[in-house]
Design a protein. Structure first.
Length: 416
């Protein structure tokens, strides 16, 4: 019986990236290290040549000054001496020889010292001028070399603002900076695809869930409209209708949360005071039924954004402030104003005492204060998550802090 042949082995995995062929001479690649080496080496060489040339010219001038004769004999018969550089021997003919030689030596030393001092002072001035030129030239060249990093930084800041469509697209030599920019562009491309797929999935799922929920609501309303239906069936229908309404709110909240995570492309002037007033009008009946007073001064605060999403911020905050409040004698204070160059929306309310360590948990989806995920009829647990997401999409922030005596103070800041 013939032996079973062994299955063919898989080819070894290549150790290089097939999509990026290696250059034939990688050591000749114009890398940043080579370019900086040539740049600063050339600058040092040019500066050295200039400095040597200046020192040579200064030294030649100093030697020329040092070679000037100290004295001249103007009368050969009487041996009369005149000197501009050595006044000690000027016009003397009967000075003793030792004193004459000593005066000449002293004058030579002083003349040499003057020449050296002059050379040193001019060399320092030349060095200072070269240093200023070198720093200015180095600053300009460093800015030119590092300009791609500034472009990468600006793109990263734009991406941090939820604009994943930005790309660096750096051109120039194939060096480390271009490789970094290309890698960053590839990463942004993958992130945008993943983010778009996630948003599409949530949106499609929310839309697909709307249809059966709408059909269920219609069927339940039709059965509840039958006057001959038994009481038990009507009670069951009302319970199922409330559950169906809660599911619809959950789907709408998920859809709004998915949409608000994107950057706001179309922005229009929106007055937060008007937005807060509309939200108060929608919650007024619920607040009156619970005995909660809504008050506060709303000053004009115009921002650039999406009016529907900004209204959702105010509506969610006011609804939470009314629902999680003291029945009978509670209050909700809603104020808007411009403060420190930003639009400010503040919603304060009375209510149960909120521990400071639970503040961050309130902004997580499906999280409520000391309640189970499905154990409350006050909402679906997405209100503050939507508020935070919409505020971030508009470039703003939301801050929450416990109020002394119970309740919360919610502050939403938006750029104007």
């Amino acid at each position: 019986m013939a032996a079973t042949p062994a299955p063919p082995q898989a080819p070894p995995k290549p150790t290089w990236d097939p999509s990026r062929p290696e250059p034939p001479f990688p050591w000749l690649r114009p890398t940043i290290r080579i370019r900086l080496t040539l740049l600063y080496g050339g600058m040092f060489l040019i500066a050295g040549i200039l400095l040597l040339s200046i020192i040579y010219l200064l030294a030649a001038q100093a030697l020329n000054t040092g070679n000037e004769p100290l004295f001249k004999i103007v009368d050969g018969e009487a041996v009369k001496v005149t000197s501009d550089n050595c006044p000690a021997v000027n016009g003397t003919s009967d000075i003793p020889l030792p004193e004459f030689n000593a005066a000449i030596s002293e004058c030579i030393d002083r003349q040499r010292q003057d020449a050296l001092d002059n050379l040193l002072s001019r060399s320092l001035l030349a060095l200072l001028g070269l240093a200023v030129i070198a720093f200015a030239f180095g600053y300009a060249m460093a800015g030119r070399v590092l300009s791609p990093l500034g472009r990468i930084t600006r793109t990263a800041r734009a991406v941090a603002g939820s604009d994943l469509s930005r790309r660096i697209e750096l051109d120039g030599p194939d060096d480390e900076l271009k490789e970094l920019a290309d890698t960053f562009d590839d990463m942004l491309e993958r992130l945008q695809r993943a983010f778009t797929a996630q948003q599409r999935f949530v949106g499609n799922a929310s839309h697909e869930l709307r249809t059966p929920l709408a059909i269920n609501r219609t069927l339940l309303e039709v059965h509840l409209s039958d006057p001959d239906a038994p009481v038990e069936l009507q009670q069951l229908g009302k319970t199922l209708l409330a559950t169906n309404e809660r599911s619809e709110q959950l789907v709408e909240g998920l859809l709004l949360l998915a949409r608000s995570d994107n950057q706001i492309v179309e922005r229009k002037p929106v007055d937060l005071a008007e937005v807060a007033g509309q939200a108060i009008d929608q919650v007024r009946s619920e607040a009156d039924a619970k005995g909660v007073e809504i008050r506060g001064e709303r000053k004009p605060a115009i921002v650039q954004g999406n009016g529907v999403l900004l209204e959702r911020i105010a509506l969610n905050l006011v609804q939470n402030a009314v629902r999680y409040n003291i029945a009978g004698n509670g209050w909700v204070e809603v104020t808007t104003e411009i403060q420190h160059g930003q639009a400010l929306l503040v919603v304060s309310n009375t209510g149960p005492v909120v521990p400071a360590y639970e503040i961050d948990n309130l902004f997580e989806p499906f999280r409520r204060l000391r309640t189970e995920r499905t154990g409350s009829d006050k909402g679906v647990g997405l209100g503050l998550s939507i508020v935070r997401s919409v505020a971030r999409a508009h470039g703003g922030h939301i801050y929450a802090q416990p109020r002394e005596g119970g309740g919360l103070v919610m502050r939403v800041t938006l750029p104007i």
